[in-house]
Design a binder for this molecule. Structure first.
Ligand SMILES: [Zn+2]
Length: 412
């Protein structure tokens, strides 16, 4: 099978990559193997994978909101700078207060030292020139002392206020730090959870990838086996869906439509029904037992199905458009016609079963390719490329074939 389709199948499962971590498997994007995906998607680990992806999405949201919270807390923690400024301011104020207080208390102490608290006051008064001067001096001294006292009191008050502000700010900063610590712990926790879940998801995806690969390989092998066997009508239906979904192995314009022996080439030949003379053989004959699957030689549309006991017997005509050119392919003497007019078929898809209906001497496929004017063409020439490729693939499969032989024999 084509490698790209496996990759595509897997990437199909990763379609909700919104959360999906950059997976090594999520890559290519092809077109038409959707149905196989649908078949396998409902089984296996896909449900679990979906749940894990949803959970990851939720964790991502949580991480984002925690990050936002931390950002906000950091913004709030700019108050720390404010606190530092307040502390400096407070220190300056306290120093000033101490200075003032010391000055004031020194002057007061002076009076105390002289043993007469009124001494200084008296000296000031004695220096007076007159009574009114003395009164005035006494008043001034008292006023000055009161003013100083008031200033110190104001300074004390301002310092107290600042202290209070500082304490409040300190408390607030401490709380913010606590909060930040808690959020960071939570963030760490969520990140660890996410990492764990991501790993689980990756291993699940890998398992799913391997499961699908295995399933496809099994389908591919079953298809191959059935194509070489005589199949029943029931098997035909299974084989048709397998061949439609998996497509052809060979990538040629026209592929060989059945396994078997080439018993009669295209061109002039003696009359196969005996008697005298020759006839022109308009196609090729491939012989194998009745019930051998017949495949569409190329992608196309069913344009004719006939059920008859004469001439071609039961037969199918497909119409193909290849590189803009019209071709027709005809499959005759069938034991079973498995398609209806108007259906589209894929290259390699089974369309009927080999038989010996109509003018036939034994079970075989009479296969024709015609051009757009229904003129016969030599299928041998057209199939050439595909046959070579088929042979090459056969060789590749030889190793496997010997391994498969046992199961194949028991199956037929
Ligand atoms: Zn023939």
């Amino acid at each position: 099978m084509k490698k790209s389709s496996i990759i595509w199948l897997f990437s199909g499962l990763l379609i909700t990559q919104a959360v999906a971590p950059t997976s090594a498997f999520a890559e290519a994007n092809s077109s038409d193997k959707k149905s196989v995906v649908k078949n396998v998607e409902n089984k296996g680990f896909s449900e679990e994978i979906k749940k894990k992806r949803d959970a990851l999405l939720r964790l991502d949201k949580e991480i984002l909101s925690l990050e936002a919270e931390i950002k906000e807390l950091n913004q709030s923690l700019k108050k720390e700078k404010e606190l530092e400024k307040k502390k400096v301011e407070l220190q300056e104020k306290e120093e000033l207060l101490i200075e003032r207080w010391e000055g004031f208390s020194n002057r007061l102490a002076d009076w105390q030292i002289k043993g007469n608290p009124d001494m200084q006051f008296l000296e000031v008064l004695f220096g007076s020139k007159s009574f009114s001067d003395m009164i005035s001096r006494a008043y001034t001294f008292q006023t000055l002392m009161t003013a100083e006292q008031e200033q110190i009191e104001q300074l004390q008050e301002a310092t107290n206020e600042l202290e209070k502000e500082k304490d409040e700010l300190e408390k607030e900063v401490e709380e913010l730090k606590q909060q930040k610590k808690l959020v960071e712990e939570k963030q760490e926790d969520v990140n660890a959870k996410r990492k764990k879940m991501e790993n689980e998801l990756k291993s699940l995806e890998k398992k799913e990838f391997e499961r699908i690969q295995k399933e496809l390989k099994e389908q591919e092998e079953r298809k191959k086996r059935l194509l070489e066997e005589q199949v029943t009508n029931e098997q035909f239906n299974e084989l048709r869906s397998l061949t439609k979904e998996l497509g052809a192995d060979m990538n040629s314009h026209f592929i060989r439509p059945a396994t078997g022996r080439l018993t009669s080439p295209y061109g002039m030949r003696p009359n196969p029904f005996g008697g005298s003379g020759t006839e022109f053989h308009t196609g090729i004959d491939i012989a194998n037992p009745i019930g051998t699957p017949i495949m569409a030689t190329a992608d196309g549309e069913v344009i004719k199905t006939v059920h008859s006991n004469q001439g071609y017997g039961n037969y199918i005509v497909l119409k193909h458009i290849i590189n803009g050119k019209v071709f027709h392919s005809l499959y005759s003497h069938l034991s079973m016609v498995g398609v209806n007019v108007g259906e589209n078929v894929k290259q390699g898809e089974v369309v009927g079963l080999m038989g010996s209906t109509g003018r036939s001497t034994g079970s075989h496929l009479h296969f024709e390719i015609q051009d757009e004017n229904r003129q016969h063409m030599n299928p041998d020439l057209l199939l050439d490329k595909g046959e070579k490729k088929e042979k090459k693939e056969k060789k590749d499969d030889d190793d496997k074939a010997s391994k498969d032989k046992k199961s194949k024999k028991s199956g037929s």
